[in-house]
Each structure stands twice: as C-alpha cells, then as structure tokens.
Design a protein around this ligand. Structure first.
Ligand code: SF4
Ligand code: SF4
Ligand code: FES
Length: 263
C-alpha cells in the first residue's frame, strides 16, 4: 500500500537543518572593549554568555547583553533593518551588519570588533560619519549644474526609466563602511576614497544633470587616492551587505579615467 504522506530526501535534510537551527544553544560573544576617551581603558576582549533564541540577530544579542549584563557596552544602531548602515562591525574577522546577521549562521563563539580604518568612539562604535563627510567633500558628491535658478513651480525633469533604474542601483549604498574596512588600500592610505567613493563618482558621472566632464572627474579620482590606488582584490564587493557591483563600477571608471590620461 502506498504511504499517504512521504518526505523526499531533500525535505528530510531541510527538516534536520531547521531543527539544528531552531535548537537553543549557548553563545559566547567575545567583544573587543576599549574606550580611547578613558585614560584607564586598555584594549581587551570580554566574554558574554547568553542563550540563542530562534531568529536572533547579532543586534538582538548585543541589546540583550546591554540590557541584562553590561549597560556600558557601546555599539550603534538606528533602523535594525539593514537601511541606516550604523551597525557595521567585524564579525569573526569579516565586516558585516549586526542587524542582518543571524547568530544561527555563526559558530557558538562569535568574536566582535569595531570596523578598522574609522575613528574609534568606544567598543564597537566607530565614527563612520566623519570619514564619509571628508570623502564627500573631497569628491564633491553632489550635482554640479550650470542651472542655478530654482523654480519651485516647475515640473520635475524627466528621466528615462532605464537610466533612473541604473542611478537607483548605484544609490543603494547605505554608507555602512564595510567595503572600506575590508579594503587593504584603505588600511594603508588614509586618503583613499575606497569602493564607496568610486561608486559615488560613477553615480554622478552617469547622471545627466551633473555637468562635470570626465576631465573634471579625473582631477578628483585620477590618482593613487582614487581609481589608480585600487588593487582589485575585491574585498569590498565580497563584504558589501547590499551586494553592489563594486568591481564592475571600479573597472568601468578606471577605463574612463585611463582614456582621459591617454588623450
Ligand atoms: S578592489 Fe579596490 S576598493 Fe575594493 S577592496 Fe580591493 S583595493 Fe579596495
Ligand atoms: S558600497 Fe556597500 S559596503 Fe560600501 S558603504 Fe555602500 S553599502 Fe556599505
Ligand atoms: S541598524 Fe541600521 S543597518 Fe543595522
């Protein structure tokens, strides 16, 4: 007689995986603690034990630690949804967003450290805003247009949907800093604008409202702090939580800047 209900091998495997993932287990979060504002503070790792709950993210785990074990623990968050870019940190040595990382996808011992390159505020909190502002001022990441008269009654300028989609794709960057933290060049050269800066230049180059020529952009990124400083090892793209095609943008921009240099 045929069984009324049967599970395929794949379903059984999936079920076993789910059971493992929903199992409660003890986690140890090993967190690098240091407050450069406090003269008595020295860098050290501190361990926190807690029980994993189903669907727990690192953000939830850190909040639980701060609420129940250590109110002095510093880390940043705003949106909890992978949108604001505030919660970037090194998760077992790799840059990532705490609010988008499930603890069940990690081993029971999880090491957390602040993103390198950026100024440390304390513990897991870094000042990405200071770095972003300097990069933005250096690359002038705003529309440059001869059209200076603002007429509020005018209709919005039309744009082809395909071009708008391309611009939107480049604008998906949330400025989390993960690509910068993963970049060997950014570690060695403080002025390097990184994949994020180069991505922004691609975005303005594509925008028909920006009057800057390739020659103008060459003045901004045609050197070792820009597109020619990149070593193309692609730690940036591997670490981007928004899966931006950073390698493609860098290659495209480099081709354009080389053609300017050869003119
Ligand atoms: S590909 Fe370039 S920008 Fe990306 S991590 Fe490597 S050096 Fe940095
Ligand atoms: S390019 Fe990706 S990794 Fe870099 S800041 Fe933007 S979202 Fe973050
Ligand atoms: S809290 Fe906003 S991206 Fe994580």
């Amino acid at each position: 007689m045929q069984p009324v209900f049967s599970l395929s091998k794949r379903s059984i495997d999936q079920l076993e995986t789910d059971i493992i993932h929903t199992d409660k287990r003890e986690l140890c979060l090993r967190i690098l603690r240091y407050n450069p504002q406090d003269p008595d503070s020295t860098p050290r790792f501190q361990d926190y034990q807690l029980e994993q709950a189903h669907g727990m993210t690192l953000f939830i785990a850190l909040n639980e630690i701060r609420e129940l074990q250590d109110p002095g623990l510093h880390f940043d968050f705003v949106c909890r949804a992978g949108i604001c870019g505030s919660c970037g940190m090194l998760i077992n040595g790799k840059p990532g967003l705490a609010c988008r990382t499930l603890t069940e996808d990690l081993p029971a011992l999880i090491t957390l450290a602040p993103l390198p390159v950026f100024e440390l505020i304390a513990d897991l909190s870094v000042n990405t805003g200071k770095w972003m502002r300097a990069m933005s001022e250096r690359l002038e990441t705003w529309i440059h247009s001869e059209e200076v008269t603002l007429r509020l009654g005018d209709l919005e300028q039309r744009m082809e949907p395909a071009l708008a989609r391309e611009l939107y794709e480049l604008d998906r960057c949330i400025e989390c800093g993960c690509c910068i933290a993963a970049c060997g060049t950014a570690h060695m050269h403080a002025g390097f604008v990184g994949a994020m800066g180069l991505n922004k230049i691609s975005r303005f180059q594509l925008d028909p409202r920006d009057d800057r020529s390739d020659e103008d952009l060459y003045q901004l990124v045609g050197d070792e702090t820009g597109v020619f400083g990149c070593k193309t090892l692609l730690g940036c793209e591997d670490s981007c939580p928004k899966n931006l095609s950073l390698a493609t943008q860098i290659a495209w921009l480099r081709r354009r800047m080389v053609s300017v240099a050869l003119r």
